[in-house]
Design a protein around this ligand. Structure first.
Ligand code: NI
Length: 394
């Protein structure tokens, strides 16, 4: 163990009661996406009292903080936490359960915030021992996938060389860390296609353009084309979940509306998907004499972890806690996470922080009984602070 790691661990142990207090406070007073005003004010107060420079009202209700007096030419590492809660009625019966009716930190963003605050306190205490700049991003509205975009629009990523974050993971026991190389979460987009044919008598197809039949071709061709033209090592799921069209059993339909969702893991697939899908729709419609309208709404892209920054988090975890507490996750999640948006501005990595109690069943994220076993907090603080220190080592 390096002397610095020992110091980070000692500082974190000394801070543990304060971190528990912060976590309980945040958990008791959750705020919904875009309304994190009290939370932001509280976080700003903690950061200022540790000597960090704080910029408030960044990304609407978010904030930025930087460690004081660093050489401007030093590399800049960002650490991101999110602050919003969910419209869920808490049912944990914890002493520090939510005091706000119908609002709950059921995704652990209160822990993300506490861990980032802890890392800020520890890194501030390291002083000159930390030869670089660290910027803390406390973003609002992750649950609605808006906050990261708001933060970026307000300059949060200007000058940032790399970005790190944690997200809670109840499938791992508290004290464990999960890392994943490549895709961690999926890109999730919405799709809507209108196919316009020409109505006619059900007995006289040669005088009409059957929009239902063309829609059926579109659906079938898209599913087959995924398996025959797309790289099978870069998974894509295209689901048409709603089909609307037709007027009567004996009338050929003039119009069909297809609505669906498109999930993908690789950034290159995500980039190419709208053009590829529209190409198939256009070709089929042209062949059979229909016209179409194509609407594609991009959600957040995939969180695609940078290999060397994933390695940084993995090695920081292994050195701090031993290899048995760091798991390399075999599978990504098909959930979405707006951390992905920062990654188009700088390389980054998000790791999983175990929250599970070792001795009882654990509720999943976004569940009214979701609860965090508290060793997660010190595990996160030490790992993040040590990873930050290691980032600046030559
Ligand atoms: Ni979350």
């Amino acid at each position: 163990m390096t002397a610095t790691l020992g110091r980070i661990k000692d500082l974190t142990t000394a801070l543990a009661p304060r971190l528990t207090e912060i976590y309980h406070h945040l958990h008791s007073f959750p705020e919904l996406s875009g309304q994190e005003r009290q939370t932001a004010a509280y976080v700003a107060g903690v950061l200022s009292s540790c000597g960090l420079g704080v910029r408030e009202a960044v990304g609407k209700t978010g904030l930025l903080a930087e460690l004081p007096s660093r050489p401007a030419e030093a590399r800049l590492l960002a650490i991101r936490a999110d602050m919003d809660a969910l419209p869920i009625q808490e049912a944990t019966a914890l002493a520090y359960a939510s005091r706000i009716d119908g609002v709950m930190h059921a995704c652990g963003h209160d822990v993300h915030t506490t861990v980032a605050l802890g890392a800020a306190m520890v890194l501030a205490s390291l002083g000159e021992e930390l030869p670089g700049r660290v910027r803390f991003l406390f973003q609002p509205a992750e649950e609605t996938a808006q906050g990261a975009g708001w933060m970026i629009a307000d300059g949060a990523m200007v000058g940032v060389d790399a970005i790190l974050a944690f997200h809670m993971w109840p499938a791992l026991t508290a004290g464990q860390i999960g890392v994943r190389y490549g895709a961690l979460t999926a890109a999730a987009d919405d799709l809507e296609i209108w196919i316009q044919g020409e109505s006619g008598h059900g007995a006289r197809p040669h005088e009409a353009v059957d929009a239902i039949w063309i829609a059926a071709q579109v659906i079938t061709t898209l599913q087959q084309a995924i398996s025959r033209t797309q790289n099978p090592l870069r998974p894509i799921v295209l689901t048409i979940g709603k089909v609307t069209g037709g007027r009567a059993p004996n009338v050929i339909a003039d119009q069909v509306r297809l609505q669906g969702t498109v999930r993908s893991l690789h950034p290159a697939s995500h980039e190419a998907l709208p053009g590829w899908i529209e190409g198939i729709v256009a070709q089929l419609c042209q062949t059979y004499g229909a016209s179409y309208q194509f609407h594609y709404r991009r959600g957040v892209p995939s969180v695609f972890n940078d290999a060397s920054l994933t390695q940084l988090l993995e090695s920081a975890g292994r050195e701090a806690w031993g290899s048995e507490r760091v798991e390399v996750l075999a599978e990504p999640s098909l959930g979405a996470e707006d951390f992905a948006l920062y990654l188009s501005h700088a390389p980054g990595a998000m790791a999983r922080l175990g929250t599970g109690y070792p001795d009882r069943p654990n509720a999943p994220l976004h569940h009214p009984k979701f609860a965090v076993a508290e060793p997660a907090i010190t595990t996160g603080v030490v790992t993040l602070a040590y990873a930050a220190w290691k980032y600046f080592q030559p």
